[in-house]
Write a protein that binds this ligand. Structure first.
Ligand code: ADP
Ligand code: ZN
Ligand code: ZN
Length: 827
């Protein structure tokens, strides 16, 4: 008789590798004749190599035993798939469509604490090698330094070592130390999610039965009596109360263990532990939602389309009240007891919108956001999976949440660049993922924007989506007025002070003296984007990146915005020694400083990545602006998104030309969107809003469309250009980036790919060419672009072929340090 066939598990491990690993399923896991239910999608602990263990994810269960020896899995960590009931479909699709490894997908999709054990920690071994020993002598100085560093702490993750050793690649030194037996790895299981618990005390059976009659018996134990009295007072009629509440009533910092013990023994007290949720849900009110006729009409049309199974593109001008239309649509879904995913751009996020949404929905609102702690994210994840929360507001990563019964997805400001994951695999576009989920799970999707993406616009034009318009601002507010300030002319007539034209300054003074507020936009953080020598051509540049260094005045340092390195500001030119160094250009810090001179009595604050490093500053700054404590808010694109301040009727754009001439095919679309969104912050509640733009080319055609608020006309033109020159949404693009510490190696690898790909792809293959920043973090970069027809077989073949070819390349020993990044549908 044949032995009973064994069950095998295909497991994704959290390494940057392609493919899955096969393990045997312990026979003790079997239920009946087969594998246990719901095993796919659960985490299991597996041995790896000689000394390591990982926590991986079960991707498949099968019975085809490979010919090579395999190990047995050790432990199952989840009872139910962590990706939810239908996560499997999403994950499989993502792996294929975005050419990513399961490990990389785990890294982005799961909250950090569900990725336990994914991190190897390097530790210095216990035994101390004598410094005089031969082995030590032979070590490279960097290896010695690394070992010294490791010896001082509990260990460092590979990532931390990488950061510590910048600009060097740590691999050779780690290897050297490993071979010398000076360091080892430890799988870090300490980061496991643990529920937070709290000690509670309850009235014991005798207390409950006898009530006040227990008092006399305690008179001889004053401390016990005191405790009981305090507990009685705090519990206020309830039978139980948290221990810490009683302790604080007693002004005690430590638990009086003996007292509690005696009370328990007398049957007067019970001790217990309670699980305390860390996740903060925002309690919802249920204000009535009064739509104006335009909104009501839009909502009706949208609902009609959704019942026909069509997705909706809500094209509503800024301030038209798209949020109210979403609310009207989603309340119905919530009433049916289904969940709603409300996606919003990265930054505008939470603060204002959560408050507003919560007023109308009558349910608790969950927010899934990277600013929240790892523990909170896990708890929210579990709540979503168990159906314990119905409305979730989230940035792009919200698409991975394990919904129990999702009934609708809303993508607010669907054109926003932050929906696209950049620079990390999988480089997914959350809007596209939402649409995919919608089509596979048969869930309605509502996209909304004042300036929809070319993709969505074209989908609406071709009938794949239903476009619903909101052409009026709420409460008859007028659309903002556009004012162009010709900086060349202003300059000629001596009307420019620093970065400001007199026109802008005067407009600001008027607003402020009328008690209103101003937003000032400049898409560059820091003080000055570069430092030049006036006597030669020298510019301060990063030693690891092909980038000019940005001067940050508050810290009097130069920063590289590519790799984040910080440099001291040099006293003189590194090339000729001259001390005539000048800062060129300006960023938000400089504007803030100029304002202090030009409008000294005005209260100014800044909102950009540097200013919001600390967790709560973003919210605090916005609150202060809301209260009117701040009169002028200077910021980067952070201030362009979704903000709704009644006091703002003027938005100033210091350099409207920035970004117009970028080489990306999307440059015009992005510029239009950004400027229209900025304008949209003004005049939302009363009076006439205005956007004042300083430019050197007031007659640029883009400005004409903006001024007439003619997005449709602009898009017609833009789509014509895209189809003529072969750009998305008419073709599909794929960007493949290669990088290596040595220029020659990256060139060699690129040449190998060209040799294989060119004959097949012909003119669809563009490149290799260096990207804008050809050197980044000491790695030389080259990239390819592949253009393919939509819906063509080519795309299908690429899907099999590109990963295979890349795998072949990466498995070659000489390409050990080669990195490959595949960007599907690059923006
Ligand atoms: P959009 O997202 O389209 O730019 P918002 O949804 O932010 O516009 O709405 C603009 C402003 O108008 C907000 O302050 C909002 O509270 C208000 N508003 C819009 N519609 C209504 C309505 N039906 N009832 C009350 N206030 C509304
Ligand atoms: Zn750099
Ligand atoms: Zn010089």
């Amino acid at each position: 008789m044949d032995p009973k066939p064994e069950w095998l598990l295909e497991i994704a491990v959290p390494l940057g590798v392609e493919g899955l690993y096969t393990y045997a399923m312990p026979s003790s896991w079997e239920t009946g004749d087969g594998p246990p239910q719901d095993l796919v999608g659960c985490r299991v602990r597996v041995p790896f190599g000689k000394r390591k263990q990982y926590v991986g994810l079960v991707m498949k269960v099968h019975q085809n035993r490979p010919s090579y020896p395999i190990k047995e899995a050790l432990e199952r960590l989840d009872a139910k798939p962590i990706w939810g009931t239908r996560g499997h479909e999403l994950w499989s699709w993502m792996l294929g469509y975005y050419f990513c490894s399961p490990g990389a997908l785990m890294g982005l999709a799961l909250p950090a604490l569900l990725r336990v054990g994914s991190e190897s920690v390097l530790v210095a071994m216990d035994f101390i090698e004598e410094e005089g020993s031969d082995r030590w002598q032979d070590l490279h100085p960097l290896s010695k330094q690394l070992w010294e560093c490791l010896r001082q702490g509990p260990g460092m993750s590979l990532e931390a070592v990488q950061r510590w050793m910048v600009p060097h690649n740590p691999s050779p030194w780690i290897q050297e130390l490993m071979e010398a037996g000076l360091i080892g790895t430890l799988e870090n299981f300490s980061k496991v999610y643990r529920p937070k618990s709290e000690a509670w005390v309850a009235k014991g059976p005798r207390w409950l039965a006898e009530g006040a009659a227990i008092m006399p018996e305690l008179e001889r134990s004053p401390r016990q009596l005191e405790f009981v009295m305090a507990m009685h007072a705090v519990a206020a009629g309830s039978d139980q109360v948290s221990l810490s509440a009683v302790l604080s009533k007693l002004k005690l910092t430590r638990t009086p263990t003996a007292v509690l013990q005696s009370l328990v023994e007398k049957g007067l007290l019970l001790r217990s532990t309670r699980w305390v949720p860390r996740v903060r849900l925002k309690a919802g009110l249920q204000k009535p939602l009064a739509l104006n006729p335009v909104q009501a009409d839009a909502s009706l049309k949208a609902r009609h389309a959704l019942t026909l199974g069509q997705n909706v593109l809500l094209h509503g001008v800024t301030g038209s009240g798209k949020t109210h239309v979403y609310l009207d649509l989603l309340r119905e879904v919530l009433d049916r007891g289904e969940q709603v995913l409300f996606l919003l751009p990265e930054i505008a996020l939470t603060h204002q919108l959560v408050q507003r949404v919560a007023e109308y929905v009558g349910v608790e609102v969950g927010v899934y956001h990277s600013r929240y702690s790892d523990h909170e994210r896990v708890e929210l994840w579990n709540l979503v999976r168990d159906g314990g929360v119905s409305l979730i507001l989230a940035p792009r990563s919200g698409v991975f949440l394990p919904f129990a019964r999702l009934g609708m997805i809303i993508v607010d400001e669907e054109h926003d660049p932050s929906y696209k994951q950049q620079d990390r695999s999988p480089a997914y576009q959350a809007r596209d993922v939402a649409l995919w989920l919608g089509s596979v799970w048969k869930i309605p999707v509502v996209l909304g924007s004042a300036t929809p993406s070319a993709e969505s616009w074209q989908a609406a034009q071709s009938g794949r989506m239903s476009k619903v318009d909101l052409t009026m601002r709420f409460a008859d507010q007028k659309m903002p007025e556009w004012v162009w300030v010709d900086m060349i002319r202003e300059n000629q007539s001596g009307r420019v002070q620093g970065e400001f034209s007199s026109t802008l300054l005067e407009a600001m003074r008027d607003e402020i003296s009328a008690g209103r507020q101003v937003l000032l936009f400049k898409n560059r953080r820091g003080y000055a984007p570069s430092l030049h020598c006036e006597d030669c051509a020298w510019t301060a540049r990063c030693n690891q990146c092909d980038l000019a260094l940005v001067y940050h005045k508050s810290e009097h340092r130069l920063r590289c915005h590519g790799c984040g390195q910080v440099f001291a500001s040099p006293p003189g030119c590194s090339s000729c020694g001259s001390t005539r160094l000048v800062y060129k250009g300006y960023g938000t810090q400089k504007i803030e400083e100029s304002l202090a001179l030009l409008l000294p009595e005005v209260r100014v604050a800044r909102l950009d990545q540097d200013a919001v490093r600390s967790k709560n500053l973003y919210g605090r700054t916005l609150d202060a602006f809301q209260r009117g404590d701040i009169q002028v808010l200077v910021g980067t694109q952070m201030i362009s998104k979704g903000l709704d301040f009644p006091g703002v009727n003027l938005v100033g754009v210091l350099d409207a030309d920035q970004g117009l001439f970028r080489s990306q095919f999307r440059a015009q679309e992005r510029s239009y969107q950004l400027l229209a969104q900025l304008a949209g912050r003004s005049g939302r509640h009363q009076g006439q809003g205005r956007i004042l733009l300083q430019t050197r080319m007031p007659h640029h055609p883009l400005f004409g469309w903006l001024e007439r608020d003619a997005y449709a006309a602009f898009m017609d033109q833009e789509l014509l250009y895209r189809s003529q020159f072969g750009y998305p949404p008419y073709v599909r693009l794929l960007r493949i980036g290669l990088s290596h510490p040595h220029q020659a190696m990256v060139e060699e690898a690129a040449a190998e790919l060209v040799a294989v790909w060119r004959p097949v792809l012909g003119s669809r293959l563009l490149g290799p060419a260096p990207p804008l920043t050809a050197l980044l973090r000491n790695e030389h970069r080259l990239e390819f672009w592949i253009k393919s027809e939509k819906n063509s077989e080519i795309r299908q073949r690429l899907a099999e072929w590109i990963p295979a070819e890349l795998r072949r390349l990466l498995s070659m020993r000489k390409y050990l340090h080669l990195k490959v990044f595949v960007d599907v549908d690059p923006e």
